[in-house]
Design a protein around this ligand. Structure first.
Ligand code: G6P
Length: 362
């Protein structure tokens, strides 16, 4: 067994960290629950969330993508309007702020300079800040009013995996806790649903051979690849594209299914890989339509669907989880596809060229 900062029998940290995700889910369930199985969050955070009329999520890279998923939780469950901003852009184009904003910084390392510069600015303006981070003593944690820990353990590979899923899980818990504080009734038990997710993640991390084969078929020689999805799947397609480009250097983009016809579809050539996520019931029909459109133009499509929504030709079927939490499972095959693509293309999986784990300059 590998300790936190050693690879053990794993060839790469990234693979080890992908495999740790079910363990991290269970750790989060334990840490955010008291002995009566009630959510356990700092009461100050609860009050700050309740007092906010709008949440501004500030983050970079993969953490920004987790923020997009978190927006959905906070708006649907806790009924708070949320804006998600890329940290580096926020300062130049600061939106008109609401009367009682709360800033939520999402950062694995807690050291990202782009995010910190926003934190400094909004603290000068007198606004409250909550940092969600994997490193409790980090700069963003110390300089914010409140911190929520991710409990993911050290993440060493430059490409973030377990921090993304930990961020999404903690955001789901935060959203439900806020809903409870506001007296909003939900028929969604986050701990029960996250436990189901943890089991599903375990099933997925056991399907490496299948995913390695898919990576070989789709990504061995291609120059580019597109990920498409609608609604919650669109958020994950952005993260899937980032994973693939970061470590395999394949030019990859995530697109909203509905936007294809507005330009993107012009890029489809004979053999272009298009990976479509189909985990959302209400848009299943439309995303399937998109797949037909790209296939008709020569694309090599790979559909990854949720159990219950699957069709005969789908390349991969995900175990069923609550519809809100599908990003936690759909991202796992995306991470593994990127991993094997990079591996087979001879790339340095854990230390991709030109990238740093934590970027402490603006
Ligand atoms: C760097 C890393 C990315 C990460 C981003 C934000 O660019 O290479 O993997 O998502 O920083 O990092 P943070 O620590 O703030 O989540």
């Amino acid at each position: 067994d590998a300790s936190d900062t050693e690879k053990g029998t794993y060839p790469h940290f990234m693979l080890k960290e992908i495999d740790e995700q079910p363990i991290v889910m269970r750790k989060i369930i334990n840490e955010y629950q008291n002995e009566n199985n009630e959510l356990k969050l700092d009461t100050d955070i609860r009050s700050a969330m309740k007092a906010a009329d709008r949440i501004y999520i500030i983050a970079a890279g993969t953490s920004y993508h987790a923020g997009l998923v978190g927006k959905e939780f906070l708006e649907k469950l806790a009924k708070i309007p949320v804006e998600v901003h890329v940290a580096s852009e926020f300062s130049y184009n600061m939106p008109l702020l609401s009367e009682n904003p709360l800033f939520v910084f999402i950062s694995q390392s807690g050291e990202t300079a782009d995010s910190r510069s926003v934190l400094v600015k909004i603290k000068e303006m007198g606004y409250p800040a909550l940092t969600i981070t994997n490193v409790p003593g980090s700069t963003l944690s110390r300089e914010a009013d409140y911190t929520l820990n991710l409990y993911a353990g050290p993440e060493i590979a430059v490409a973030s995996t377990k921090a993304y899923t930990a961020q999404i899980a903690v955001l789901a818990i935060l959203a439900v806790d806020t809903a409870n504080a506001k007296g909003i009734e939900l028929d969604f038990d986050p701990m029960q649903e996250l436990a189901i997710v943890a089991n599903a993640m375990e099933v997925l991390t056991d399907q490496k051979e299948e995913l390695e084969q898919l990576a070989r078929d789709y990504f061995s020689t291609t120059r580019n690849a597109f990920f498409i999805g609608r609604s919650g799947d669109y958020n994950v397609s952005l993260e899937a594209a980032l994973k693939l480009k970061e470590i395999s250097y394949i030019q990859a983009e995530g697109f909203a299914g509905g936007e294809l016809k507005h330009g993107t579809i012009a890029l489809i050539e004979e053999g272009t890989p298009v990976i479509a996520l189909a985990t959302q019931k209400n848009v299943n029909y439309s995303i399937r339509g998109n797949v037909q459109e790209v296939v008709a133009r020569g694309a090599k499509a790979m559909v990854i669907s949720l159990k219950g929504l699957e069709e005969d030709d789908d390349a991969f079927v995900l175990p069923h989880v609550h519809e809100l939490l599908t990003p936690l499972v759909s991202v796992i095959p995306m991470q593994l596809l990127a991993y094997y693509a990079a591996l087979h293309r001879g790339c340095d999986v854990d230390k991709p060229r030109n990238l740093a784990k934590s970027v402490t300059v603006e």
